[in-house]
Design a protein around this ligand. Structure first.
Ligand SMILES: NC(=O)c1ccc[n+]([C@@H]2O[C@H](COP(=O)([O-])OP(=O)(O)OC[C@H]3O[C@@H](n4cnc5c(N)ncnc54)[C@H](OP(=O)(O)O)[C@@H]3O)[C@@H](O)[C@H]2O)c1
Length: 324
């Protein structure tokens, strides 16, 4: 099979499409003939050598895919050869075939085509696990989503709105802010020109923050929290280190949590996937939550897909088309 690795860390040109042995389905696994995968910011970090795959995971890039089941391992129930599925992966999605634990394989939500389905697992699992399972966002509460026009951000806005929350978000251009408001955000904040803390305070503070910036925003995020607010850090685009004023956090009885989906044990990922199928897929099928595909790029042009993500010009997800 053809698959993409980054044998030497570097820019988008470091990505190499080459032949690899076909995977087989071990006990508890299924093999998927991949139709599409999608690019995540973590893939660009892996390419640069900053985000190695967890122990035992494939060195082929790709954290999600869609396709058809082509082999089912011992002990797997609920999947058969030919089923159309999508999957959350620890790696291996930028390939013609991938073996994946059955608990991370999900049906394609009805009404979603197989290519678009590749752009759903990572964002749906990240947003559901962090905003709802970890931070317990409740209806009527306010969520601040940083980077609302990004792959993660655009789904976070829609899911929070679908569950009756108020949503503030940040974005870098007028077009992206308009996009966020079309998705339902109550207020899209210009992160270059406006102070999101001031906007949050106008609302009495925010109950939950989904943060992609890490160190750079830590102090301001804590300032933006309401009493008993929860800050969930999922990205370190603004660095991993900062000073935390515990007094400020303590006076709000606030929480700062940081999580990584990729490194979670298989059983936890399976529980998250099951929750996503139960709580998110119905909203996707009803059209209340959709993933926005900015561009679909053939596997052979994977470097162009990474260049696009690096440029920040995209809105929503970048999909890689791999099979038919
Ligand atoms: N921990 C986990 O398990 C996990 C899982 C998945 C993703 N992530 C993280 O989630 C983040 C988003 O991933 P993605 O795949 O959605 O990437 P993406 O589509 O490239 O989105 C990146 C976002 O960052 C925003 N951004 C850049 N500078 C900003 C600033 N100063 N203030 C606020 N926002 C800013 C961009 O906004 P503009 O486009 O408007 O400039 C864009 O929306 C990444 O940091 C990724 O590593 C973490």
């Amino acid at each position: 099979m053809r698959a993409v690795t980054a044998p030497e860390p570097g820019g988008p040109d470091a990505l190499v499409v080459s032949e690899h042995p076909d995977p087989t389905a071990g006990p508890g696994e299924v093999v998927i003939d991949v139709v599409a995968s999608a690019v995540n910011r973590a893939d660009t970090l892996q390419r640069q050598g900053f985000y190695p795959p967890p122990q035992g995971a494939s060195d082929v890039l790709g954290l999600e895919c869609s396709g058809r089941v082509s082999d089912v391992g011992a002990g797997v129930e609920g999947f058969a050869v030919g089923d159309e599925v999508c999957a959350l992966l620890a790696g291996g999605g930028y390939a013609e075939k991938v073996a994946v634990p059955a608990g991370q394989v999900m049906p394609v939500p009805s009404g979603v085509d197989l290519v678009t389905a590749a752009a759903l697992p990572e964002v749906a699992c990240t947003v559901w696990s962090n905003v709802f399972m970890v931070a317990h966002l409740r209806p009527e509460e306010t969520l601040l989503v940083h980077g609302g026009a990004g792959g993660i951000g655009n789904v976070a806005i829609q899911l929070a709105k679908a569950y009756g929350a108020r949503v503030l978000t940040t974005a870098g251009t007028a077009e992206k802010r308009a996009f966020c408001e079309q998705l339902g955000a109550d207020r899209a904040i210009d992160y270059h020109e406006e102070d999101f803390v001031a906007v949050a305070k106008e609302q009495g503070g925010v109950d939950v923050i989904l943060d992609n910036m890490g160190g750079k925003y830590l102090d301001r995020n804590v300032s933006a929290l309401a009493t008993e607010g929860r800050l969930v850090v999922i990205g370190m685009q603004g660095g991993s280190k900062a000073e935390l004023d515990l007094g400020k956090l303590l006076s709000k009885r606030g929480a700062v949590i940081a999580t990584s989906l990729r490194a979670r044990p298989t059983e936890e990922k399976a529980a998250i996937c099951a929750a996503v199928v139960e709580h998110v897929w119905p909203l996707v099928s009803e059209g209340k939550v959709r993933t926005t595909v900015h561009d679909t790029v053939p596997l052979d042009e994977v470097s162009r897909a990474h260049e696009l993500m690096g440029s920040g010009a995209h809105t929503g997800k970048i999909v890689l088309s791999i099979g038919s």
